[in-house]
Write a protein that binds this ligand. Sequence first.
Ligand code: G3H
Ligand code: 13P
Ligand code: ZN
Length: 286
Amino acid sequence: MPFVPVGVLLRDAEEQGYAVGAFNCNNMELVQAIVAAAEAERSPVILQASQGAIKYAGLAYLVAMARAAARGVRVPVALHLDHGTSFEQAVRCVAAGFSSVMIDGSHLPLEENIALTRRVVEVARAAGVSVEGELGRIMGAEDEIKVEEREAFFTDPAEARYFVERTGVDSLAVSVGTAHGRYQGEPRLDFERLSRIKELVRVPLVLHGASGVPEEAIREAVRRGVRKINIDTEIREAFVGALRRELGAHPQEIDPRKILGPAREAAVEVIRAKMRLFGCAGKARV
Ligand code: G3H
Ligand code: 13P
Ligand code: ZN
């Protein structure tokens, strides 16, 4: 099956009140793990690649691997650029066959973020590709800022409405208390803010930095309108954890398949559990 625009997947999610999982990949085993998990759970799925992933694996390789994986299954698969920061990068991904791109201008002043995002929307829309924007900054969990200071970066609901109206984005990544990477303590989400944004904004909302967020908080975020949830760190932990175990248990092993195979399996299990948690398991429509 060819890639499905993320906008289409999120429309179904909105209608039925669940979130679609978006999982980061940067090598063949991760692409396979994500799509195998989707097939096993009968779930729609978003494969996403960051600019770092594209630099590591190569754009053509990522697209070809994702295409091969999508062709082999009967569940909807989207290919999405995660945290694109330049117009040129977004256009390269549209041209290469991605079905969705994120343009992350969240570090820019509001009007500059709007101008950049709008330019990407114009090009992407002409190609039938969905666009995710970001307003409010989602920091790294390891960034040295205090909890109170972090709130200064949260998404302002009125600004979110203005941003969506001015840019025409298909979905919006919001900053409501999550962060990328491993949390030091337990993350606390600002659910009131999330609900207020949901009231004011018509497009589906995206939760980044969802690794390590307690299950009940994820369920509550979905109840309050989150429709796409990004997971990277927990997949890395499972994959590299299994690699370490295999290498420790078999120090003489020199066949990469014997080490990477179990790592791929460990990633599949984590992704399947997330699909059940997000409510997208069993929702594949073909
Ligand atoms: O949000 C960022 C993703 O976890 C991708 O991370 O830039 O190290 O590939 P990366
Ligand atoms: P985590 O690495 O915290 O799961 O965040 C993933 C993400 O938001 C990718 O955009
Ligand atoms: Zn992110």
